[in-house]
Write a protein that binds this ligand. Structure first.
Ligand code: ZN
Length: 298
C-alpha cells in the first residue's frame, strides 16, 4: 500500500499534476516578518514613532520601505509565502496599499502574542525588521522593552528585550530567527538568543537618542540582500521546549506590581519586581504582554 502510494505520487509529479501539499512541505517556504519602528532606517526621533507625532507619516513610509526590502529579499531567497506582523505601538503603522502585494499583513495591537502574532511551527524562518535595544541599555536608540513601563525583563534568568523574548518564542516553535535589522546595539543583543542570526546595521547608536544613519538606499539594499541569503540558508531546528518558563519583570515603581498580584501566580519578589512561571513559552508570552501593555496605572 505504501509503495503504491509512493509510486502514484511519483507518477503524478512526473505528469505535472500539482498536488496540494501541507505548509512547509516540498518546495514551500513560509517566512514570518515582525516589523517594529524604532530600528527602521532613518528613524531617530519620538515625534516619528508616536502615532500623534508631527513626523509620524514620514516614519510610516520609512517603515514600509524597510519591510518591503525584507519581503523582496525573502522571495528572492525562496519564500513562497510571507506573513508580515506590524509590531509597533498600536500596530497599525504599515499601510496595506504600500506593502509589497505578495505579503499578507497582520494589523492592530489587540493580540495575544503581540509582535509574534500568527507565528507557529509551519514557518521556516523568522525575520525581525526595525528592532531596538532592550530597556536599561546605556546605548541604543529608543532602548526599551515592551510598552516602556518595564525596567527589566528576565526569562529563566536571562535578561531580554523584545528581540530576546520573541526569539525564545520562535525557538518554542522550532523556527530559526535568521535576520535582525536595527541599530548596532540591537543586533549585538539579538545574538544572546539567536547566535546564528544575520544582522543588518542600518544606524549606529551614539547614545539612546543620537544616531549616525546609514544612507537609506544602502540600508535597504543591505536588508534585501541579507534577507535573501538568510532565507535561502534557513534550516528549521527542533522545537526547544523547556518544562518551565519563569519570568521576572521589574518596573520603575511599585504601582504595577501592586495591582498585578491580583493574578494568583504573580508573586512579589521586591516592591518593584514580580515573578511568575508558566509551562509553555506561548503562555508565558501572553502574560508578559498583559502585564506590560494592558495594565496602565495612568
Ligand atoms: Zn519595540
Amino acid at each position: 500500500m505504501a509503495r503504491f502510494v509512493r509510486l502514484s505520487l511519483v507518477c503524478l509529479l512526473v505528469s505535472g499534476v500539482s498536488l496540494a501539499l501541507p505548509a512547509g512541505a516540498q518546495g514551500a517556504k513560509k517566512v514570518y516578518i515582525s516589523v517594529d519602528m524604532e530600528g527602521i532606517s532613518g528613524v531617530n526621533s519620538d515625534n516619528q514613532t508616536s502615532a500623534t507625532g508631527a513626523e509620524y507619516g514620514r516614519a510610516r513610509k520609512l517603515m514600509v520601505e524597510d519591510a518591503n526590502a525584507a519581503i523582496r529579499g525573502a522571495f528572492e531567497g525562496g519564500a513562497t509565502d510571507v506573513l508580515v506582523n506590524d509590531s509597533h505601538g498600536g500596530q497599525r503603522n504599515l499601510l496595506p496599499e504600500d506593502l509589497d502585494p505578495r505579503a499578507r499583513l497582520i494589523s492592530h495591537s489587540f493580540k495575544r502574542h503581540g509582535m509574534m502574532e500568527g507565528l507557529d511551527s509551519t514557518f521556516d524562518a523568522v525575520l525581525f525588521v526595525g528592532y531596538h535595544a532592550k530597556a536599561g541599555s546605556p546605548r541604543g536608540v529608543f532602548a526599551h522593552t515592551g510598552s516602556g513601563v518595564v525596567a527589566d525583563l528576565q526569562v529563566n534568568g536571562l535578561s531580554v528585550g523584545e528581540g530576546g523574548m520573541n526569539a525564545i518564542l520562535a525557538r518554542w516553535y522550532g523556527v530559526p530567527v535568521v535576520l535582525v535589522t536595527g541599530d548596532d546595539v540591537a543586533i549585538e543583543q539579538q545574538k544572546a538568543t539567536a547566535p546564528d542570526v544575520r544582522g543588518v546595521i542600518v544606524k549606529r547608536a551614539i547614545n539612546t537618542r543620537a544616531v549616525e544613519l546609514l544612507p537609506l538606499v544602502e540600508a535597504r539594499r543591505n536588508i534585501q540582500q541579507t534577507a535573501r541569503d538568510a532565507v535561502a540558508g534557513a534550516r528549521k531546528g527542533r522545537p526547544e521546549r523547556l518544562s518551565q518558563y519563569t519570568v521576572r519583570m521589574t518596573f520603575p515603581n511599585p504601582n504595577i506590581p501592586e495591582v498585578v498580584t491580583a493574578f494568583r501566580e504573580v508573586k512579589l519578589v521586591t516592591p518593584t519586581t514580580v515573578e511568575f512561571s508558566r509551562e509553555s513559552m506561548p503562555d508565558a508570552y501572553r502574560l508578559i504582554r498583559v502585564l506590560y501593555r494592558f495594565i496602565n496605572p495612568d
